[in-house]
Design a protein around this ligand. Structure first.
Ligand SMILES: Cc1cc2nc3c(=O)[nH]c(=O)nc-3n(C[C@H](O)[C@H](O)[C@H](O)COP(=O)(O)OP(=O)(O)OC[C@H]3O[C@@H](n4cnc5c(N)ncnc54)[C@H](O)[C@@H]3O)c2cc1C
Length: 386
């Protein structure tokens, strides 16, 4: 993996910022209003190679690390954009890269790198199981040289705009395994090939996130699309979660800076009672406090990303970064709403859109309650609560 110098990292940030100027806030507001997928933005991002930075050069990517990937997503969100439309293309392939065989890597990664294949969907969450992933009920039954999948996923984002889905399903019933984390398997599902057996229903949400529920009826997956060993899928998913959490933390850090940038500008310009509103400590302090929280979260994000790149176990840091960054962004979002007063509610100011978008990361990809529980139990050694 190539390691960027400070100057190279700044060059990456500058290039992403330049790309983002072609997609101003009016673009994001308009796609949000139409609930449309930001296709042009994703295509531009793909064309410039930003979504494939984590893919090694031998498979057609840039072979860069997490530190660089974080800078990319942070800059997109700081510009007023929404990385959520494409972030999964960056990290979902990690399951194939880390746990797939050479044939799978050669078959898929170069096409994911060019964007010829979109690997944007991952189906883990189910309506009944919720956060308790080991209780998922979607099954994959081996029949001859294919697995037959039946069941349902919910909140499967970008399924309509993806060719492939990383799918977690039960291959051995929960009551027949020693550990409840066993018996789950991970597959690379070619959705286009199986479109007649898959029903995708969009879910209307308060943000433009192209999220859906997906129903599987006798969906066929060839055995060669099983990732790693049957029954070990939960472990593979866990190993990919560190990358996801660090990248999501970066989006939150970007959101946080966005709110602070906007708030500072507005608080300096808006004059009420013959003084800029930012002169009032009641306006100034929440912005400054949010800024400090974002800076602290960024440091934890940086630590997690560096540990990830050097092969250290960064599970605690990745979780803490996601928690701290999402909470800091939410604090900054509220400070911005207060700073903008009534105008914060007007769509043309963009604050309300980013406010809605920033809230997601307190809940997804894992709720902050579960992060706190992870830290309590696994980092501090407190008793298991569930
Ligand atoms: C817009 C959006 C996009 C998403 N995209 C994807 C995707 O692409 N793929 C995918 O697989 N999933 C996706 N998700 C799902 C997301 O990961 C889940 O919503 C999240 O993990 C929480 O699961 P749940 O909604 O079922 O909440 P639940 O598990 O029902 O939890 C509800 C509340 O109870 C709390 N809670 C539950 N158990 C405990 C406990 N033991 N201790 C303390 N608190 C607890 C939770 O913290 C939460 O606040 C997405 C969700 C959203 C909203």
């Amino acid at each position: 993996m190539a390691v960027s110098t400070k100057q190279e990292l700044e060059l990456i940030r500058e290039s992403v910022r330049a790309l983002c100027t072609k997609f101003p806030e009016s673009y994001w507001r308009e796609t949000d209003e139409r609930n449309a997928y930001p296709e042009e933005f994703i295509q531009a991002l793909t064309k410039e190679g930003w979504l494939s930075v984590l893919i090694p050069e031998e498979y057609g990517g840039a072979g860069l690390g997490m530190v660089e990937a974080c800078a990319i997503l942070e800059e997109i969100n700081r510009s007023g954009g929404n990385s959520g439309a494409g972030h999964a293309q960056m990290y979902t392939m990690g399951a194939v890269l880390r746990h797939g065989n050479e044939e799978q890597k050669l078959r898929y990664l170069p096409k994911v790198a060019t964007g010829e294949l979109r690997l944007q969907a991952f189906g883990i969450t189910e309506p009944t199981a919720g956060s308790d992933t080991t209780s998922i009920e979607t099954t994959a039954e081996l029949k001859g040289d294919r697995y037959i999948v039946n069941g349902q996923k919910i909140w499967t984002s970008r399924a309509e705009y993806s060719d492939l889905m990383l799918l977690l399903a039960r291959t051995t019933p929960k009551d027949q395994v020693k550990k409840k984390t066993d018996g789950l398997s991970l597959f690379l599902l070619d959705m286009k090939d199986q479109q007649h057996n898959i029903t995708i229903r969009p879910i209307n949400t308060m943000i433009n996130h192209a999220t859906t529920e997906v129903f599987f009826e006798n969906v066929e997956i060839p055995v060669e699309n099983l990732i790693g060993e049957e029954g070990k899928g939960f472990r593979y998913v866990l190993s990919g979660m560190n990358a996801e959490r660090i990248l999501i933390a970066s989006e939150s850090v970007g959101d946080g800076y966005y709110f602070v940038d906007k708030s500072v500008q507005y608080a300096n310009e808006r004059v009420v009672f013959n003084r800029p509103i930012g002169q009032n400590q009641g306006v100034q302090f929440p912005i400054a406090q949010a800024y400090m929280d974002i800076e602290a979260a960024r440091l934890m994000r940086d630590k997690a990303a560096e540990m990830f790149d050097t092969g250290g176990n960064c599970a605690a840091e990745a979780n803490m970064a996601k928690y701290l960054a999402s909470e800091a962004a939410w604090k900054a979002a509220n400070a911005a709403m207060s700073t903008f007063g009534g105008y914060g509610f007007a769509t043309e100011y963009n604050i309300e859109r980013k406010f809605r978008e920033a809230r997601l990361f307190i809940v997804a990809p894992i709720t902050n309650n579960l992060v706190v529980s992870y830290v309590g139990q696994h980092v501090l050694g407190l008793p298991r609560s569930f």
